[in-house]
Design a protein around this ligand. Structure first.
Ligand code: GRF
Length: 205
């Protein structure tokens, strides 16, 4: 029997793209079951786009300010992503909230990785907020995106310790190491095994 075609991933980035790189590296192994078919960004000049180019993966940029309204941007982003016929879309450090067009098209298969243990510390300063609060465990959450901010059904979480002498940078870096491993592991499991969501509970058979 021939292996099924790898699942098609579109990855959205806004920055350094280390999570993207982890997915690119994992997908070099055919047994992983997924392939990054495109990388989208909301800005030019970021390392994430260079990483995609270096891997020979097509890229596109949809910046919000290139469109008259946020709604137009949302529709354009959804259309660009649709061109690549994705099975799963991964927001990996993508700093924009998508809107109703995108969610109507892909709300059943759009996932995000966040660098905090949700529902604590949503938003863009997860590690900073965790440190300021004084928690002893921080971590990362992988979840299906819904219309809220970091509120969707949780796929997986990983915890790391917060150390007494941590700075925002050292904690962020410790989280990122665990976050990347979790992302690679669970994207692979989702595409290979499928999933169900019932009453917010995500199950991978
Ligand atoms: C990740 O830690 C993600 O949780 C946060 O931004 C970081 C992106 O890092 N929102 P990278 O661009 O994948 O290196």
């Amino acid at each position: 029997m021939t292996d099924p075609a790898p699942a098609r991933l579109v990855v959205l980035v806004s920055g350094s793209g280390s999570n993207l790189q982890a997915l690119l590296d994992a997908s070099a192994d055919p047994a992983y079951g997924a392939q990054v078919v495109a990388v989208g960004a909301d800005r030019d000049g970021i390392a994430g786009l260079d990483r995609a180019a270096a891997a020979g993966v097509p890229t596109f940029v949809d910046s919000v300010k290139a469109y008259e309204t946020r709604d137009d941007w949302d529709a354009a982003l959804a259309a660009h992503v649709a061109e690549f016929k994705p099975d799963l879309i991964v927001s990996a450090g993508f700093l924009k909230l998508v809107g109703p067009h995108f969610l109507a098209a892909f709300g059943d298969r759009y996932i995000n990785t966040h660098n905090a243990l949700l529902p604590s510390f949503p938003g863009i300063h997860g590690p900073r907020d965790a440190l300021a609060y004084g928690v002893k465990l921080a971590g990362a959450t992988l979840f299906f995106v819904d219309a809220g901010v970091d509120t969707g059904p949780i796929i997986a979480q990983v915890a790391v310790p917060v150390l007494d002498d941590d700075t925002e940078d050292t904690l962020t870096e410790r989280i990122k190491v665990a976050e990347r491993a979790q992302l690679v592991d669970f994207v692979g499991r989702l595409v290979r095994e499928g999933w169900t969501i019932e009453n917010r509970k995500v199950r991978i058979p």
